[in-house]
Design a protein around this ligand. Structure first.
Ligand code: OSB
Ligand code: MG
Length: 369
């Protein structure tokens, strides 16, 4: 396969409602899309999950644009690619910048599956026909509103509720939610807001029977998480700390994590995500697919990855309508009784809506061989 053309778009979409984490609030989503075309005119799509500002990771929309344009595009235009697993290798002499790499690699996975005439899920080795989904709910200091929001999503059928927490918005909130929803699988995501000194607060969360606590300590830590876990009944799940198979191996060996949140962008693409999945399966560490408030394109990639067998816990890939008044794909991703049905069409299995795509595009670049 030859990639003969790469199109990059900078997008801006308004989210239906603001999303708040321990870092801050945002409602406007800026991100990059990558389209690759092969020598037969097939096109494949990928999404960069880097945000406008570096609060979740050091990557941003602008750093991704730089890395994609100046380093990754020349590599994919210059090299014949037989299988998308080769892309990870072709990019391996460039350090980090995982979200940029993943956006390009994802587009190549899509075009590869389309050439083969098979769904992306099948190209990855996935077999599930529908996937279980949960939902991630941002911080809302108005408890009555938060209870209403959670209640609405429970009614819609989401299989587990994740709530963002931060110091001062934790034990009381989880107590209240547990009282209101005694039987709903629930978890908390701290986005690195605590330190080991907060052990007393974190221990108090044990009483609520959470399925896990996600990334309680520093975003680059695996040592203190290993010290913390023996003091908690609640399993720790790492998100921000895991960027590769090697990170996963070290964290598991140390006992820093009992569950891993796999985000395709954070680990540098589908090939690395698959490797982490396979290793965790061997190690009996359950995984689930995290979300980055993606548009339909990134969401479709998440759906495909989640069909692999060790994705045994509901992920954060909710339906398009949870985020957007109008998504850029047709059909949109929909959730029924807490499940997304995996598309059977070739590639990512959702078509890009060209009219919506153009309406949300604020800049674009074309690269040809
Ligand atoms: O920590 O999982 C996270 C959103 C943006 C950045 C980081 C995270 C999240 C979410 C929401 O929790 C996931 C989603 O709904 O896409
Ligand atoms: Mg998280």
């Amino acid at each position: 396969m030859r990639i003969t053309e790469v199109n990059v778009r900078k997008m801006k979409m308004m989210m239906k409602s603001p999303f708040t984490t321990s870092f801050g609030t945002f409602q406007e989503k800026e991100f990059l899309l990558v389209e690759v075309k092969d020598e037969h005119g097939n096109s494949g799509w990928g999404e960069s999950v880097a945000f406008h500002s570096p609060w979740y990771s050091e990557e941003t929309v602008e750093t991704n644009l730089h890395i994609i344009r100046d380093f990754l595009v020349p590599i994919v235009l210059e090299n014949a690619i037989e299988h998308p697993d080769e892309v990870n290798e072709l990019f391996s002499h460039l350090r980090k910048n995982n979200m940029a790499k993943s956006a390009v690699e994802g587009a190549i996975w899509d075009v590869y599956a389309k050439r083969k005439g098979i769904p992306l899920a099948q190209a990855l080795g996935g077999t599930a026909e529908k996937i279980e989904v949960g939902i991630s709910i941002g911080i809302n200091e108005n408890m009555q509103e938060l209870i209403q929001t959670v209640g609405g999503f429970v009614k819609e059928g989401y299989k587990r509720i994740k709530v963002k927490i931060k110091p001062g918005f934790d034990v009381n909130v989880m107590r209240e939610l547990r009282q209101q929803f005694p039987d709903v699988p629930m978890m908390a995501d701290a986005n690195s807001a605590y330190r080991l000194e907060d052990l007393d607060v974190l221990k108090q969360l044990d009483q609520f029977g959470l399925t896990m606590i996600e990334q309680p300590l520093a975003s680059d830590d695996i040592i203190d998480h290993a010290k913390l876990q023996p003091h908690l009944k609640t399993p720790i799940c790492l998100d921000e700390s895991i960027h590769s198979l090697e990170d996963a191996r070290k964290a598991i060996e140390l006992g820093s994590t009992k569950i891993i949140n796999i985000k395709i962008g954070r680990v540098g693409g589908l090939t690395e995500a698959k490797k982490i999945h396979d290793y965790c399966l061997e190690q009996k560490i359950p995984v689930w697919c995290g979300g980055m408030l993606e548009s339909g394109i990134g969401r479709a990639h998440n759906v495909a990855l989640t069909t692999l067998p060790n994705f045994v816990l509901p992920g954060d890939t909710a339906g398009s309508s949870r985020y957007w008044d109008e998504d850029i794909i047709v059909p949109e991703v929909t959730v029924q009784d807490g499940y997304i049905t995996v598309p059977k069409e070739a590639g990512i299995g959702y078509a890009v809506n060209p009219e919506a795509l153009d309406r949300f595009t604020i800049d674009k670049w074309q690269f040809v061989k």
